[in-house]
Ligand binder design. Structure first.
Ligand code: UGA
Length: 447
């Protein structure tokens, strides 16, 4: 009989995982504790913007015309316990308020609530990003609290999906990592992922701590790559070099690689910043803090870029105060193809300029509602042209395709001065300069 799957937590990770499991042919039951989310998902609507996810959901959610009906949602833990052979825990682990460590309360609550409903053999699979050592502890929680006892087993299976590519990354992962303690657990996970494995996704079997560490070290490496190129941008700025050319040239070395070498205002979002901090905090608890002190530098290079962007804007406005100056900000999300504004470098820069007296008007293709909720005091416009109208300087801070397709001539008519600062090194300087704009970017020569 085919395995029955439940997914606990229906955020970016869980909603995508649930839809992907249904796509792979399994019967799936998703659970969340937020009623509004469950109601939306039951209607086949996605609570966030993620390309392709709504289509996949509608293809499988029960009750939607023409769907396979393999995917259902509930708020009932007992139903989840009874239904599933495999339970994926996909709740989030945000940064603790005022601390570097991550907040495990959602994960702990999920395990403590699920366990008493596990009456027979079940595999609980952790997907959340957690401090190393958590799986060991959660395995004990399961054994103690579930009526099934030892038959309720744990596996750790970190997730590497990127927002904006969540569906693709889940259905065709570049690797699968299975932290297991028994052959049975490995066999079940191999069955769940039989399709991607048959298509060539490597399946790496590890112990618990290694599986947990794979995730935090992967994100630390990515953060390091970005901060490395941003440090080179700082040096290029001092030496009049061009970081975009530099990245292209070093990227041809396969050992270095081209990806994640885009210099600009740095990384943000719900993952990289909090993950490197939680990793440092955990290493400290383990007495291995020295090994990760470099991440402190990675973090500060990254945060410095936001301040540097503010200073570039100040300089472009004549070097004094922002008072009475009109600043257009293109982009609010932490990256394109997402509506996520968590720790967004773009909004951070917009906020800093606003707090210093600048009149900031923001436009983003998908992030407006979330941005307004987080920063209600900023100005917002319904289009790029409207944001730019009357602006003394234009800041390009999230590299949406829509911004690359803007007509510099049309924008030039709307702006009060043709000054563009590219915080993502994603626009073509020649095109803008030909249209009479002063184009400046981070880590690139001024003309
Ligand atoms: C990141 C990882 O890439 C995923 O593999 C991981 O699963 C996920 O975190 C997670 O832990 O859940 P994500 O946060 O969606 O994914 O975003 P990324 O594509 O990694 O981008 C992060 C930030 O780095 C963005 O603000 C982006 O603008 C910035 N970035 C990225 C750069 O500044 N330069 C680059 O070259 C690449």
């Amino acid at each position: 009989m085919a395995l029955k799957i439940t997914v606990i937590g229906t955020g970016y990770l869980g909603a995508t995982h649930a839809a992907a499991m249904a796509e792979l042919g399994f019967e799936v039951l998703g659970l969340d504790v937020v009623p509004e989310k469950i109601e939306m998902l039951q209607r086949g609507e996605v609570p966030m913007y993620e390309p392709g996810l709504e289509e996949l959901l509608r293809k499988h959610v029960a009750g939607i015309e023409g769907s396979t009906g393999r995917l259902r949602f509930t708020m009932d833990w007992a139903e989840v316990g009874e239904f599933g052979d495999v339970h994926f825990v996909c709740v989030n682990t945000p940064q603790k308020h005022g601390e570097y460590a991550c907040d495990m309360s959602y994960v702990d609550a999920a395990f403590e609530t699920l366990a008493p409903h596990l009456l027979g053999p079940a595999l609980v699979v952790g997907k959340s990003t957690v401090p190393v050592g958590s799986a060991e502890r959660l395995a004990r929680t399961l054994a103690e609290l579930s009526p099934a006892g030892e038959d309720a087993e744990l596996a750790w299976n970190p997730e590497f999906l990127r927002e904006g590519f969540a569906v693709q990354d889940t259905l065709h992962p570049d690797r699968l990592v299975a932290g297991v303690r028994s052959e049975r657990a490995e066999k079940i996970l191999r069955e769940v992922y039989a399709t991607p494995v048959s298509e060539g996704s490597p399946f790496v079997v590890t112990d618990f701590p290694t599986a947990e560490l794979v995730k935090t070290s992967a994100n630390s490496f990515l953060a390091t790559k970005i901060s490395f190129i941003n440090a080179m941008a700082e040096v290029c700025e001092a030496a009049d070099g061009d970081v975009v050319k530099l990245a292209e040239a070093i990227g041809h070395d396969e050992r270095i690689g081209k990806k994640f070498l885009r210099a600009g205002i740095g990384f943000g979002g719900g993952c990289l910043p909090k993950d490197i901090r939680a990793f440092m905090a955990r290493a400290g608890e383990l007495g291995a803090d020295q090994a990760l002190t470099f991440l402190r530098e990675i973090d500060s290079i990254n945060m410095r870029r936001r301040g540097q962007m503010v200073e570039m804007a100040r300089e472009a406005l004549g070097g004094g105060s922002f008072l009475g100056k009109r600043v257009a900000v293109l982009g609010a999300t932490f990256k394109p193809d997402s509506d996520d504004v968590r720790d967004s470098p773009a909004l951070n820069v917009a906020g800093q300029i606003h707090l210093q007296g600048g009149q900031v008007t923001v436009y983003d293709p998908k992030g407006m509602a979330n941005a307004k909720r987080l920063f209600p005091t900023l100005g917002y416009a319904d289009s790029a042209v409207e944001a730019v109208r009357g602006a003394d300087v234009v800041l390009h801070l999230t590299e949406w395709r829509e911004f690359r397709e803007l007509d510099p001539a049309v924008l030039g008519e709307a702006a009060s001065a043709r000054v563009l600062l590219d915080g993502r090194n994603a626009l073509d300087p020649e095109v803008w300069r030909r249209a009479g704009w002063t184009y400046r970017a981070m880590g690139r020569p001024t003309a």
